[in-house]
Design a protein around this ligand. Structure first.
Ligand SMILES: NC(=O)c1ccc[n+]([C@@H]2O[C@H](COP(=O)([O-])OP(=O)(O)OC[C@H]3O[C@@H](n4cnc5c(N)ncnc54)[C@H](O)[C@@H]3O)[C@@H](O)[C@H]2O)c1
Ligand SMILES: [Fe+2]
Length: 410
């Protein structure tokens, strides 16, 4: 079981100290970003990315390496986030969606060649996870498979890695506040997780402005990843009421922001809700996830498909599957969301999720995706069984259950 940590007080600017504003006075200057230190140091708010250079200085990093991908560069976000950093001795921009061991080794070579002393990941979960894995190999011998959580890797991961700042540009994975990194390894044939508290980024800078240009389909898919984190972590079998409360708050934020962020991408309020919902989802799943993630990890490795899109398709089927034996817990989540106080609360939650999905620009069936083969369901189910996430699912999963779930979602 994961030890519980108490949240430290949140440092916020005092709202009383803001100047009063009315129609005749100019708006107040932007407030500085809020600073949280649970579970890691998090700078959150519009313009927070302007603090990157200062944050690197605070961490003692003088030769940073940026880890990113071509889409993030094309969107102008590396210039926006790191334009003020001088010098930037290393840039590794070759991260694939569903990052691979080859990506990590290429990034490690750049890090060593440029004699860097810290990392800045700018991008979605793929660059952030790749940077965590590079950071691991800077100080740890052997190969990534040696640190696989499912074969005892947790014990082998030691402190002392170089500092890392994570700057998310999607609102989905929460990897900026997470202890895990998922890399596709040829030697295991699957997306393999290394997990340790030492892998938590030294700092996260969550600036919703960086997501204003995220296209609608990616906004929807990454947002559904965040939503799935909140649902699965709440339902996970680990006892962790702090994370439960965070999951509920994350869900509220996501239901508030997701549809608007998809259909009106420039809406900063919706983008802020999504950035916060994603962060809360990433914190809440310190208590574990569930069967949706085991299946999406298996399928993501096979078809190189987007993680959040897979979760969006699988989630309603998994909720029905879990409802059969974990009905009170699903109902509790629904009630804490303010749904169905007098009636079928869990039914309301499933319906609400399906109504939301119906209004998002996402495929609804696995059969709609390129790269998957229905005849390979038994193989996908076997890969999913090897994944760690379903171990905290509220209903135990056999290979037959996993095959049936995939069949229903096809
Ligand atoms: N470590 C964790 O805790 C954790 C949790 C969930 C998911 N993940 C992993 O994260 C990865 C998925 O990450 P993701 O969903 O953020 O997608 P991603 O990082 O793979 O990015 C998807 C695409 O979006 C583009 N993009 C990113 N930000 C953009 C922006 N602001 N504007 C325009 N384009 C932008 C990228 O260039 C890329 O082409 C998967 O590998 C998944 O396994 C990790
Ligand atoms: Fe996820």
């Amino acid at each position: 079981m994961i030890p519980m940590t108490s949240p430290t007080p949140i440092e916020r600017p005092d709202p009383q100290s803001r100047p009063a504003s009315d129609a005749s006075t100019p708006p107040p200057p932007p407030t500085p970003p809020s600073v949280f230190t649970f579970p890691n140091r998090i700078l959150f708010g519009t313009g927070a990315v302007d603090s990157l250079a200062e944050e690197l200085k605070r961490l003692g990093v003088t030769r940073p390496m940026i880890v990113t991908d071509p889409g993030v560069i094309a969107a102008g976000l590396v210039d926006r986030a790191a334009g003020a950093i001088d010098p930037v001795p290393g840039v590794f921009s070759g991260v694939s969606a569903n990052p691979t061991e080859a990506d990590v080794l290429s990034g490690l070579a750049v890090y060593r060649e440029a004699e860097c002393d810290g990392l800045v990941a700018i991008g979605g979960g793929s660059p952030i996870d790749a940077a965590k894995a590079i950071r691991l190999l800077v100080t740890h011998p052997g190969e990534l498979a040696d640190y696989d959580l499912t074969t005892g890797g947790l014990e082998r991961i030691q402190p002392g890695m170089p500092p890392m700042v994570a700057v998310p540009t999607t609102a989905g994975t929460g990897s900026e506040a997470g202890r895990g990194t998922l890399i596709q390894l040829p030697s295991t044939g699957r997306k393999t997780i290394a997990l340790s508290p030492h892998l938590l980024p030294s700092s996260a800078i969550c600036d919703p402005e960086l997501t204003l240009g995220l296209p609608p389909a990616l906004t929807a898919a990454t947002g559904m990843d965040a939503l799935t984190h909140c649902v699965e972590s709440f339902l996970s079998t680990t006892f962790h009421p702090i994370c439960d409360g965070i999951a509920v708050e994350g869900l509220r934020s996501i239901f508030h922001g997701l549809e608007t962020a998809v259909h009106d991408g420039g809406n900063l309020d919706a983008r802020t809700s999504m950035m916060m919902g994603s962060l809360l989802g990433g914190i809440s799943f310190h208590k574990g996830l569930g069967v949706v993630h085991s299946l999406s990890h298996a399928l993501g490795a096979e078809g190189r498909l987007h993680h959040g899109t897979l979760n969006a398709i699988l989630l309603p089927h998994a909720l029905r599957f879990n409802r059969a034996t974990a009905s009170p817990r699903v109902a509790e989540l629904a009630r804490r969301m303010g749904l169905g106080r007098s009636g079928d609360a869990e039914g309301h939650l499933i319906t609400l999720t399906e109504l939301l999905l119906a209004r998002l620009p996402l495929p609804r069936r696995l059969g709609d995706l390129d790269g998957l083969d229905r005849a390979r369901i038994p193989h996908y189910a076997r890969l999913a069984l090897l994944d760690h996430c379903h171990r905290t699912n509220p209903r135990p999963c056999s290979v037959a259950d996993l095959e049936e779930l995939l069949g229903r979602a096809w």
